[in-house]
Write a protein of this length. Structure first.
Length: 174
């Protein structure tokens, strides 16, 4: 439990930080804006059957498993709770500003911590993420207003044979 204290404390601080910045800010380069594609009704949001749909992409796109006869079923199972994370606990159906270190992005462009906040009226929804050599992590409301979380550990990969042959050969016996 003690290992979770720092990330949880940081998540709370990040969520409260915009309150010190004041109300709606003028357009700045560190702010991105969301224009909603869909606006589901309150009745839809309260219907559990709606939670398991995909309002944004009900049919699989062309690039997704073109030759697979079961592609439609696999597409729906790919992100089962899409509407729930985007429209029930998310704010993808609202106009909002996304501000922070690297708004419009989940991760730091190179490596390190990123934090952003979705600002919709009085509501502040944080995202905190980290990209390191061995771990990739985020939790919070992403750039499109949907809630998400991820924790991946990277493993060392073996050098590819092509990369090994690209190196200059070592002198023999010397």
């Amino acid at each position: 439990m003690t290992n979770l204290r720092f990330p949880l404390l940081l998540l709370v601080i990040v969520g409260m930080a915009p309150l010190a910045w004041g109300g709606n800010a003028v357009h700045r380069p560190d702010v991105s804006r969301n224009q909603p594609k869909h606006r589901p009704t309150a009745v839809q949001k309260l219907n559990p059957a709606f939670w398991f749909g995909n309002l944004d992409d009900p049919e699989p796109p062309e690039w997704y498993r073109r030759d697979d006869p079961a592609r439609a079923g696999k597409w729906h199972r790919r992100n089962v709770l899409h509407n729930f994370t985007f429209y029930v606990i998310g704010i993808a159906d609202r106009e909002f500003e996304h501000t922070g270190r690297f708004p419009g992005q989940i991760f730091h462009p190179k490596r390190g911590w990123n934090w952003t906040v979705c600002r919709a009226g009085w509501l502040r929804l944080p995202l905190i993420s980290f990209k390191g050599r061995h771990v990739v992590f985020y939790i919070g409301w992403r750039e499109r207003g949907n809630f998400g979380l991820k924790l991946n550990f990277r493993t060392k990969t073996k050098a590819k044979p092509a990369a090994a042959s690209a190196r200059s050969p070592r002198p023999v016996g010397g």
